[in-house]
Design a protein around this ligand. Structure first.
Ligand code: HEM
Length: 159
């Protein structure tokens, strides 16, 4: 809470929360980053599930998208951090925010990194092995849970 209080009163956080245009702009960067991040994640997860065209192997698809994937994450993370900073003491006690950032995102990120690390190995067989399909389905469900927790944040606001 002490860190949240300090963060909320930094010059950039105050400028963000008091400006008419800056907050929606940062919201837009969060969503644009997320479109890249989630879009490229979904492409690989669907491929793991055997859905879609199979012109590229899982490894090739994952490698082709990896740059855009992590650029999207970096944009989403910076946007999300700025949104958080603008009202940090208000987000810390929010259970939907805590679930999203403290549990669901770390879990989904770990699984995402495991999938990226194994994508090439799973390419060896023409059809994804059962473990790869399970990982794809689980990652899909985890990011869906992150989005559900995120859109529930306003429902748990106390002030
Ligand atoms: C990378 C995975 C992430 C996903 C999929 C995600 C998803 C979303 C979505 C869908 C919203 C819109 C909620 C709404 O307006 O209804 C949102 C808002 C928000 N996100 Fe994220 N986010 C992610 C990462 C982060 C991170 C890492 C942070 C903080 C460091 C963060 C902080 C926020 C904040 C503060 C809001 C505004 C919540 C509100 O007041 O309604 N997000 N996020």
């Amino acid at each position: 809470m002490a860190f949240a209080k300090w963060l909320e009163h930094t010059r950039s956080a105050v400028a963000l929360s008091t400006s008419d245009w800056a907050y929606p702009f940062v919201q837009w960067t969060h969503f644009s980053g997320l479109s890249l991040w989630l879009g490229t994640n979904l492409a690989v997860d669907f491929r793991l599930l055997g859905i879609g065209r199979k012109r590229q192997s899982i490894g090739e698809l994952s490698s082709a998208l990896i740059i855009w994937n992590w650029i999207g994450f970096a944009i989403a993370l910076s946007g999300g951090f700025m949104l958080f900073a603008s009202s940090a003491t208000h987000y810390i006690p929010n259970p939907a925010f805590d679930l999203k950032v403290g549990i669901l995102i770390p879990l989904a990120l770990i699984l995402h990194i495991v999938i990226q690390a194994n994508a090439r190995a799973w390419t060896a067989s023409p059809n994804p092995p059962a473990i790869a399909r399970l990982a794809g389905l689980l990652e899909l469900l985890l990011w869906l849970s992150v989005v559900t927790a995120a859109v529930s944040i306003p429902n748990f606001e106390t002030h």
